[in-house]
Design a binder for this molecule. Sequence first.
Ligand code: LMR
Length: 400
Amino acid sequence: LFTAVEMAPRDPILGLNEQYAADSNPLKVNLGVGVYFDDNGKLPLLECVQVAEKAMMATPTARGYLPIDGIAAYDAGVKNLVFGADSDVVKSGRVATVQAIGGTGGLKIGADFLKKISPNAKVLISDPSWENHRALFTNAGFTVETYPYFDQSVNGGLGGINFDGMLAALTAATEGTIVLLHACCHNPTGYDITPVQWDQVIQVVKDRNLTAFLDMAYQGFGYGITEDGAVIGKFVAAGLNIFVSTSFSKSFSLYGERVGALSVVGSSKEETDRVLSQLKIAIRTNYSNPPTHGGAIVAAVLGNPELRALWEKELGEMRVRIKAMRQKLVDGLKAAGVTKDMSFITTQIGMFSYSGLSKDQMVRLRSEFGVYGTDTGRMCVAAINSKNINHVCQAIAKVM
Ligand code: LMR
């Protein structure tokens, strides 16, 4: 049965964790996966999460099956967070939100549903994009192509967004094409388009009748929860039927709980109810219904004003620390002898820096210094701290 089964390549991101775990270098640093660590190199357990969990433990409940679309209070919390509790679109019942197994689960449920309603549509992802986007939509049966996004030649060779190229590709896309967009904190580059550029993208999406699928895995890591989520309001204001996948892995530091969601905006409540019924079929046939614990924590925090404020404060602290590390990285690289202008690191936002380093340099960083980033040159700045930054800067300086 299995004689012809080929060995699959290691996952370009999570596969690095395995390699990192096996590395005996005492100075090793994992900048591969997008995970936030505090200044002591520890994965934080947020206080808002601890308070919510303690309250849950005080009144333990049995674990029955959840509804297919998840905890009602969780779905309502996500809707209010992503679209605003007072938004017309929420009040008029035009948002279908389902709890999903992480942001990836939200993407997968959306992809399966789209394959049913737009079987011949092409999917366009940014060049580059999160490594899993292509695989996920390809596995859902779509042909996946790219639109230009990052271009190393702009900004005098320091790299940046090729916005004209992006807009031209979207304008040339066939009607009905599904366009995967990063709502904020673009993964892997760390470069986001401006609000004015978003308006232009939205106009093209509208004119060309494209389907926008916004992946929002890093809300709160750019400029703040409201600021990072503002782009969703722009799409809604334009009257578009959009897909939004949400992840709380990073923003709640609940990676292993797999807490995410998919929201779909319909044109009327009646239409949205039909969409929801189809999303439930996609969930039921993938994993039946979602798990309880992580969703219950997030629902408790989002539904309680004090815990919600505590969450925003803790998320703000993560954001500020990453920004400080960006500046320290620029300064540290200079001090380590790097003559190239690396100040672009401070104009990138979110967890990642697209460093411009080649695959060979990234391989050397791993094998010679135990500094792990992806082959594409992406490094997770959120894992740099005041103790490992010197080693990281020395290592990068050596391979440059
Ligand atoms: C990343 O890009 O590193 C994260 O989103 C983790 C993952 O699942 O790839």
